[in-house]
Design a protein around this ligand. Sequence first.
Ligand code: GLC
Length: 629
Amino acid sequence: MTALTSLEADRAAALAAVEAAGRVDEAFLGRFDEQFPRLHGLFAHLYGDRPDGQEQLAETVASASTAWNARPLELKVRDAQRVADPDWFQSQRMLGGVCYVDRYAGNLEGVRDQIPYFRELGLTYLHLMPLFDAPAGDNDGGYAVSSYRRVNPSLGTMDQLAGLATDLRTAGISLVVDVIFNHTSNEHEWARKAVARDPEFEDFYLIFDDRETPDAFEQTTREIFPDDHRGSFVQLDDGRWIWSTFYHYQWDLNYANPAVFRAMAGEMLFLANQGVDVFRMDAVAFIWKRLGTACESLPEAHLLLQAFNAVIALGAPGIVFKSEAIVHPDEVVTYISPDECRLSYNPLQMALTWEALATRDGRLLQDALEHRHALPAGTAWVNYVRSHDDIGWTFADEDAAALGIDAFAHRQFLNRFYTGRHDGSFARGVAFQENPATGDARVTGTTASLAGVEAGDPAGEDRIMLAHGLALSTGGIPLLYLGDEVAQLNDYSYADDPDRCGDTRWVHRGNRPRDRYAERTDADTVAGRVFRRLTKLIAVRQQTPELAGNALVGFETPHASVVAFQRPAPETTVLVLANVGDAEVGIDPLTLSGFASEAVDLVEGIEVDLREGIALPAHGFVWLRVTPR
Ligand code: GLC
């Protein structure tokens, strides 16, 4: 075993490992010169005191070289295109969709059959929820992975996944899959060996003989799934305790061990060569632990992501990382940079859209757009109305306080509102992971059910449109939860399924609603109206270059219920005005006087005269092309 020594010696060791592993490719060598010093610096921080630091680094680099040699030519062509145009995902033509393979299409072949529909919708990005081998029965919707190299047999095979990736690429759709690298399932080979006390694999996880260390950690860690188990550890059959942030069958990997980094990098390189375009980096905040801290978003979590990014830049340079950090907004942004994750969910905009719909007050959302939307060049938000997960009220307490809002009480109100426990609520949601100790809870439900369609609220469809109108206009990649475009409702049958009844998120993960899809061309149905209006918005967005990228400037109106911002381009600007209130609002000519009077209502496709002001109906919004004076 050799520890890291100097950049030069470690570089020589890495090159020797690359040579020993097979052919040394010129293009790879060029990237090696660029990336190695960076990777080495990161390893020095993370693994400087480990006896096997040099060896693990060299082996990691060698596996990147091997993966590159095996990388299919068409993927190398794709890499070259993406490296030459690193802002490819900033286009206003980007539109994401997300679905479970089994629930939406049965299996991978079924997904392939949906490609014509995806094209009809305008998708350019498809996130297939975890599709790897996982324990039978309850497996957190696939987030408990038993092998990253095997597709869950009920969904298909790895060859089918690679074939699907090719077909999607031909259709102009990038494939996104989860890299669930914080934990494995308890059935993963590494986990089985760790339980069997194989010394190599015991150190892959965080296992303790007694409660002393777990108790010490739990002084400062947060409970993520308190319905499942309290604290951050679960007990093994032999009495030992193992770190388990999420479900008891999901065991956190020990990234303080460089062998874990090397092993996971190998899994990523393997997946990259199946034709995946974007890695959704799951649960990034949790990957490094240190006693006395919350064990979330520690500096080393960033170093690890950067190191994985450098490895992928060596072996599969076209791939982009997307961060899944559903944490405090100050922390969410720390994961977003060209050398870490270029893409990130925008949980703040998502949660505040729902907050605004409940309160009929747009100020928190307006404030977030003005102060928390900007991102570094070369990066973008993924903006969504809802996901497969719950809605957590992740806004910053201090942002709420600045508007005179008590954050704790407000979250309690929002939970009551969205679970239908508040008089007059239009929402039909269900509580998720209510924690009696902290009073904390989150909310589940489909967009249509949360927006009022299920409750028969006449404004339900307009709220669906308003929420999507925001997600489609604030920039980055808008991401549709497939089914929402036909106003899919909650599915309560999960409560009768023993594998699912313990997790209320299944209420919004129903099967593809065939009946609603069948109605999508019928304007007399909810599905038909929502589908028509939404596809129109998507088409308008595609034609509106101002909506590309992430630049956004707030726009002041005197109305608390109006969320307003500009998407500036060199000549023109798109002004978005959205009314979350229950009453019509008139935007007066003076407020609009900074723009030339001729403007275009992009959605209606008509010219408007700003000297007449703009009437925004309840839950209405406009996208106006205006020219600053
Ligand atoms: C992410 C997933 C969530 C899952 C968790 C554990 O937050 O989005 O569905 O439960 O990670 O893997």
